[in-house]
Design a protein around this ligand. Structure first.
Ligand SMILES: Cc1cc2nc3c(=O)[nH]c(=O)nc-3n(C[C@H](O)[C@H](O)[C@H](O)COP(=O)(O)O)c2cc1C
Length: 185
């Protein structure tokens, strides 16, 4: 059976660059792997009462069930105010509870950050890594994936153009698969 890798884009925006990168990555899944885009669209903001009072919204239940079937995660994140966008941090929080039942535990991860400007989402990339350390997700260190000026890499149909960025992403995904194979338990 194929191993399933979740691709989580940290943006809800229709024309999101992060979603376009995520879509491009799906095509790089090697044989024996399925890359599955996991939508964060319907995920409510986490409230600890959901778990404390056994009143978990269906969308959260579904997200947790989907993530249980996933063996590794590639996070594709933009940067909001020098940190992780709330939608992605919320998904991290939702998946981390109930206590001791985190769906993230031990799943090998990679962080690909991007920005339309020159900064490449460096702050978001490293703030996200801070949570992943606590969540016990072995996270690929090299290559680091910082994609600056991503808008120049998207064509008029919304697809990632052929070129250096696409070639680099393909190598980064191959490196992640090799990281996954060494670290998956
Ligand atoms: C609330 C907000 C905060 C932002 N903060 C940053 C930032 O700190 N660094 C940055 O490079 N871009 C920042 N941006 C611009 C985003 O990089 C840009 O909107 C990007 O397209 C969002 O990613 P997406 O295309 O995947 O939706 C911010 C945008 C918003 C809406």
């Amino acid at each position: 059976m194929d191993k399933v890798i979740g691709i989580l884009a940290g943006s809800l925006r229709k024309a999101s660059f992060s979603k376009k990168i995520a879509e491009a990555i799906i095509e790089f899944a090697p044989e024996g792997y399925e890359f599955k885009m996991v939508s964060l669209e319907d995920l409510p903001i986490y409230n600890q009462d959901f778990d404390d009072y056994n009143d978990v919204p269906q969308a959260i239940h579904l997200f947790r069930e989907t993530m249980k079937g996933i063996s590794g995660v590639i996070f594709v994140t933009p940067e909001y105010n020098r940190s992780v966008p709330g939608v992605l941090k919320n998904a991290i929080d939702v998946g981390s509870r109930p206590y001791n039942k985190s769906i993230w535990d031990k799943k090998p991860a990679a962080v690909f950050s991007n920005s339309p400007g020159h900064l490449s989402g460096f702050g978001a990339n490293h703030h996200l890594r801070q949570s992943l350390v606590f969540l016990n997700m072995p996270t690929m260190q090299q290559p680091e994936v910082y994609l600056a000026q991503i808008k120049n890499d998207i064509d008029e149909n919304g697809h990632l153009k052929e070129g250096d960025t696409k070639a680099f992403l393909k190598k980064a995904v191959a490196a992640y698969i090799s990281w996954f194979e060494k670290n998956a338990v």
